[in-house]
Structures are given as C-alpha cells and as structure tokens.
Design a binder for this molecule. Sequence first.
Ligand code: SF4
Length: 233
Amino acid sequence: MNAEVLRGLGAEALILAEKFVSFQGEGPWAGQRCAFIRCSLCNLKCGWCDTPETWDWNRFTRAEVSEKVAVSELAAWVRECEVDMVVFTGGEPMLQQEALAAIARALPEVRVQVETNGTRSPIPELEPVVDLFVVSPKLANSGMGYATRIKPKALEALTGTGRAAFKFVVTDPRRDLDEIAQLVDDYKLESIWVMPEGTTAGAVLEGMAALAGPATERGWNISSRLHILTGSR
Ligand code: SF4
C-alpha cells in the first residue's frame, strides 16, 4: 500500500468504514456503552486481522467498504447517540489524526478513546483531547516483521502521554507472553492487558483460561472480548 492510499483527508473529513453504538468489548474500559467510529485504512497487514475490510484492497473494493464523511457529520452523529464515550478504532485511526482531533474538539463532554497499533506518534492537535490511548503493538504472531510493527519513537510518545494502556493479542501463551515481557522491558510499557485472539465464545473463554494464571503472575491485566461472548458487535 503506498503513502498516497494511506493518507487521510485532513481535518475536514474522515475515511470511514462503519459507525455504530455498542459497548466497549475489550481493554480497560470494557463493558461501557459507547459510539464506535471505525476508520478505514491501515499501515499493517496482520495475518489474523478481523477487520481486513479496512485495508485489504485485494479482497475488498474500497469504494464499497468505505466512505468519506465530514467530521461535522460524525460529531453530530455522536451527539445524537447520547453516549459519554466515543471509540476511534480501525483499521488504524492514527493515520487520520487531524480528523480525529476535529471530532474530539467538537465533543468536549464526551470521553475519547483511540485504539491504535502503536506505530504512529500522536500529533499535537490530537494528544490533549484523547482520554485514553489503547495501544496494541503487534507481536510476531501477526506475521509482520519487527521493524514494521514496533516503532520505538511512537511507543515512547504514547507512553509519554500518561494516558496509554497496552493491550496485546495472544495466540499462544507459551510463546507470546515472553515476547510481551521483552517489549514491556525494552520500552518501559505500563498498564499491560493481555487478551486471547479468537472469534468465537469458546475460543475466547479457552484463551482467557490459559492466560489467567500466567498473566496475573507477571503483574498484568486480562481482557475479555465481551462483544464476542455476547454475540454483539
Ligand atoms: S493493525 Fe489492526 S487493523 Fe491493521 S492489520 Fe493489524 S489487526 Fe488489522
């Protein structure tokens, strides 16, 4: 994917994949009702990605799975939803930071959470208007090379906000937990959450059972995937 395809539209509009109201299924604020704005575009290609429609133009036709929407329209939609939290997810929302910042500024009464793969530093316009960055650095299990998925300066910038939690997707605890521990040590990451990969309730429950003991022993938190357990979005 070239840089032109990855570029967002600035502060006026956002390339949107979908928007909906549900509850946050993962991470530190799980269970809370919120509006989701799923951004199109991603700069990675994880093998187990569950939202390939945001970036895989070999499998999806971009014009059919994304649309350009004015930031004013998205802010008005969030207000109509009567939620106190909006979650920017993706894809990779941090490819469209100007638009995220403009929407957040228009919603001063709404908490803003940004889910990111941790490869982009927040721009000055966005950083102060985000209440929580949920950062999910990708592991070797993603199939991506280290230098592509781990960007030290971005991790440092996100940690430096004091408002970042790190959430890792685990496919094999025996292998992945040591890799997470190395990243935590190398980049001084704090507020660590581990979560099983899985798209069925059975797989999520089995994964959480496998993670519970080892994660707790390491001083980390466990995240469920409530939307999958409940058959929600
Ligand atoms: S970073 Fe997220 S959206 Fe992008 S390919 Fe990986 S899992 Fe999918």
